[in-house]
Design a protein around this ligand. Structure first.
Ligand code: FAS
Ligand code: PHB
Length: 388
């Protein structure tokens, strides 16, 4: 088999890249390790930056998103049992859209199907060969080994994928910060606690009240990352969540059975460069952020924006953009990594001797945020999304 571009990973970044390149007349093949059902069963991001929304609309993927997504013109921060609103529209004239990553991925699969796109599922043992020269990929499926010859390989295969590991250790440079806690997430068929998201700092730990629609709520509480999720009954989760949210919200919120419950670790991670010869990295394959700033999926989309432009230019005879891809993508990645680290550091309870002092510093900064238009503008610019 031969294709101009072979994409490893059929998550949001792989599917979106494939779709945009197809629209530019380039042929791609997507190799996905899991089944489509497995990919679509993942519950992940919930907030789309305005840049992501614009790019999805431009790619013809906005119909259901615009019908079922919820525009949020602000968000709430809370500490010491009270909250305040950061008004994105008043501060920067832009807003975010609440529309689950699962839905974005489903829309992408529908678009690839309609365009006759090639997405091969259950592709096992994917291996990248000769990325320095004329690359080819091998993978196993239905008991035999297959080969795809291509011009370019794009690793959209997430943090645990094969592509980053293909870059030689003397070339790849990475930095990582692992946070001393995780997020316990619950999905429930209940009315959201508030019409917009609430990020709550509390001495017992962070809490986030989010949603997918007016009858599907998404909540998170900071929890020990090694906690077995079975330790958390639904009642224990709701009780802890209500302790951490402002009382006026906790007293009126609807609770109910969890339909999904999981604990995710939190880390900041960046691998450089995001291109090595004929192999390029996109999304979680190259970088991971703690979900506090809702940047993970949105960074994957901006990588797709830069790389799709670069590959289209390459096939038009201009190698400037592809030569500049890694630096251009990383410039935006690092700013999002910083914001996600800052917001995580502000809102979570960190263990250690200076825990009380750290809590006081966090409460002072949140108090400053509440009364400073300049501070709120900085938060809004980063949360809604820095320009591409
Ligand atoms: P993905 O990980 O989504 O997709 C990679 C794909 O590659 C997967 O389908 C995988 O099966 C496949 N793959 C892996 N190895 C392969 C191989 N060797 N061969 C073939 N295929 C392979 N972001 C937010 O903004 N907000 C959130 O609340 C949030 N919550 C998250 C919760 C969890 C548990 C996780 C893990 C991530 C969360 N994220 C969140 C981040 C997440 O949304 C990612 O940023 C987003 O999925 C990135 O998309 P991709 O880069 O496409 O990677
Ligand atoms: C979510 O709804 O899953 C969500 C929203 C905002 C975040 C993280 C997760 O910062």
């Amino acid at each position: 088999m031969r294709s101009q571009i072979c994409i490893i990973g059929g998550g949001p970044s792989g599917l979106l890249l494939s779709h945009i390149l197809h629209q530019a007349g380039l042929d791609t093949i997507v190799l996905e390790r899991q089944s489509r059902d497995h990919v679509l069963s993942r519950i992940r991001a919930g907030v789309l930056e305005d840049g992501t929304v614009a790019l999805l609309r431009q790619a013809g993927l906005g119909a259901r998103m615009d019908r079922e997504g919820f525009a949020h013109s602000g968000t709430y921060l809370a500490a010491r049992n009270r909250g305040f609103r950061v008004d994105f529209i008043d501060l920067i004239g832009r807003e975010v859209l609440v529309y689950g990553q699962t839905e974005v991925t489903a829309d992408l699969y529908a678009a690839r199907d309609a365009a006759g796109g090639i997405v091969i599922h259950n592709a096992a043992d994917v291996a990248i060969h000769d990325a320095r020269g004329t690359p080819y990929i091998t993978y196993a499926k239905d008991g035999s080994t297959h080969r795809v010859d291509c011009d370019w390989v794009v690793g959209c295969d997430g943090f645990h994928g094969v592509s980053r590991r293909t870059i030689p250790p003397d070339v790849l440079r990475s930095v990582e910060k692992v946070y001393p806690f995780g997020w316990l997430g619950v999905l429930s068929r209940t009315a959201p606690a508030n019409h917009e998201l609430i990020y709550a700092n509390h001495e017992r730990g962070f809490a986030l009240a989010s949603m997918r629609n007016d009858r599907l709520s998404r909540y998170y509480i900071q929890a020990p990352v090694d906690d077995p999720v079975e330790r958390w009954s639904d009642d224990a989760f709701w009780d802890e969540l209500r302790r951490r949210l402002p009382a006026d919200v906790a007293e009126t919120m609807e609770t109910g059975p969890s339909i999904e419950k999981s604990i995710a670790p939190l880390r900041s991670f960046v691998a450089e460069p995001m291109r090595w010869n004929r192999l390029c990295l996109v999304g979680d394959a190259a970088h991971i952020v703690p979900p506090t700033g809702a940047k993970g999926l949105n960074l994957a989309v901006s990588d797709v924006h830069y790389l799709s432009q670069a590959l289209i230019a390459h096939y038009a005879g201009d190698d400037g953009p592809i030569d500049g891809y890694s630096d251009r993508a990383l410039a935006r990645v690092w700013k999002a990594v910083r914001f996600s680290w800052w917001f995580t550091s502000l809102m979570h309870r960190f263990p250690g001797d200076s825990a009380l002092f750290d809590q006081k510093m966090q409460e002072a900064e949140i108090d400053y945020l509440e009364h400073s238009r300049a501070a709120q503008t900085a938060l809004a610019e980063n949360y809604v999304g820095l320009p591409y």
